[in-house]
Design a protein around this ligand. Sequence first.
Ligand code: MF3
Ligand code: CO
Length: 248
Amino acid sequence: MIIIKSEDELQAMREAGRLVAKTHAVVAAAVRPGITTASLDALAEEYILDHGALPAFKGYNGYPSTICVSVNKEVVHGIPGARTLDEGDIASIDIGVVLNGFYGDMARTYPVGKISTEAERLLCVTEKALAKGVAAAVVGNRLSDIGHAVQGFVEAHNLSVVRDFVGHGIGRSMHEAPQIPNFGRPGRGPRLKPGMVLAIEPMVNIGGWEVIVLSDNWTVVTADRSLSAHFEDTVAVTEEGPLILTQA
Ligand code: MF3
Ligand code: CO
């Protein structure tokens, strides 16, 4: 069952989303060659706690950190640590908070210094693929129209969409129904209704779509070791169209 949020609940989710976006801005400003991923995690955690919220990921299924930092061939769920970011890397940073009982979830892939034109293209296409998915989150569409829009755009640019991880409903839990694949045929699944809130999160690879999980049981990497990017927003379906909650 997909939970419909009231106006008051949407307002609370807006606040959670705003805080995630502001946390992203703080972390993004610190991304540079030489910084450790653990220090980005510490920055995010401090900012979230200072603003009356809690990190959503920390402790979730035993996840040890506030944010995920997934570098280059890493797709999602990279655990922050002593590793430094280097010039030319791309770093996918995923941040979730819970504020006044509501969750917000957002990811962006950031360039570290100057990156290759190939990497730039990957980031550009993935960000636009998220926009295509968001644009399909309109009243009267069906759920699979979102993934279909994402996949069509990505594959038109000769990149591939990860199949093994999906977006999700979000609200008083980080993961609610429905699951939102980033691929598929159009016109399937439930009709989108005002008050649904969806975390839409395409993960896009330069090579094949296949991924594997490393022996830390968290870090997901591309099977062919090609570069991967991840953009995610928390989006409300409204009569006036999709409303991105994760904005500062
Ligand atoms: N944005 C991811 C998600 O929607 C973050 C989960 S990381 C975890 O599932 F550590 F919390 F699992
Ligand atoms: Co998510």
